[in-house]
Design a protein around this ligand. Structure first.
Ligand code: MN
Length: 236
């Protein structure tokens, strides 16, 4: 009963999330990869990989980073039914995970190791993502840091390849990959808490003034700053 914990946490008479009951679909071919952006008690990104008929799941508070030097905490949570991969909408407030769910990225994944179960047991899973937003090689590594000894604490890290980027992908690509909606719109359409959902969307972009349009305040030009500027010029 791999989905026992999933079922125990939810009341399917109230939430519209898939129950995971019924026969698991006979699947051949590609394994599902999905990230769901979830504005619940706190904003996080649920990173899910299909494996053996369920979605292995990690909650990544800050979401993925395309910078290999950035390690993102990924807390392993209960396995989810495979049907969950397409769930986008609202979970009633007061229910488990109450809030708004967006399908932020989806695609397929391929293990980079022959024995996935051994990699999971060891806590070092190397994967290739074929998503719309995330691509290329990534690793999930179990950590014993953060005061946790329960084995649920992992790090999600980008491997070096052609998909490495300095782009802040969560900020640059905040919309649903299936509906192009932001969280606030999903909440509105689903009768959820729009104001709460909106806190997970990027703030409305303010026009960025470039340096030539923004004269430095005169009063703040100290002699020291002026000297440092002129010395930089000289050293060119
Ligand atoms: Mn979640």
């Amino acid at each position: 009963m791999p989905l026992k914990e999933y079922g125990k946490k939810r009341n399917f008479a109230v939430t519209s999330e898939p129950s995971g009951k019924g026969a698991p679909k006979e699947k051949h071919g590609s394994l599902i990869y999905v990230i769901q952006k979830h504005r619940a008690t706190a904003l996080h990104y649920d990173f899910r990989l299909e494996w053996k008929g369920v979605l292995l799941s990690w909650a990544v508070p800050k979401g993925p980073s395309l910078d290999p030097s950035v390690k993102r905490l990924a807390m392993q949570v209960e396995d989810h039914p495979v049907d969950y991969a397409s769930f986008e909408g609202t979970i009633p407030e007061g229910e488990y995970g109450g809030g708004t769910v967006m399908v932020w990225d989806q695609g397929t994944w391929t293990p980079e190791q022959e024995d996935v179960d051994a990699a999971l047991a060891k806590g070092d899973l190397k994967i290739l993502l074929q998503g719309k937003k995330l691509k290329g090689s990534w690793v999930l590594v179990r950590t014993h840091g953060y005061g946790r000894a329960d084995g649920k604490s992992w790090l999600l890290i980008k491997h070096r390849d052609q998909y490495v980027s300095a782009e802040d992908i969560t900020a640059e690509k905040p919309r649903s990959i299936v509906s192009n909606r932001l969280l606030a719109q999903i909440a509105k359409d689903g009768g959820g808490d729009v104001a709460k959902a909106a806190t997970g969307d990027p703030a409305i972009a303010k026009p960025i003034r470039n340096a030539s349009q923004t004269p430095a305040p005169r009063g703040k030009r100290t002699p020291a700053a002026a000297a440092s500027r002129s010395s930089r010029k000289k050293s060119k």
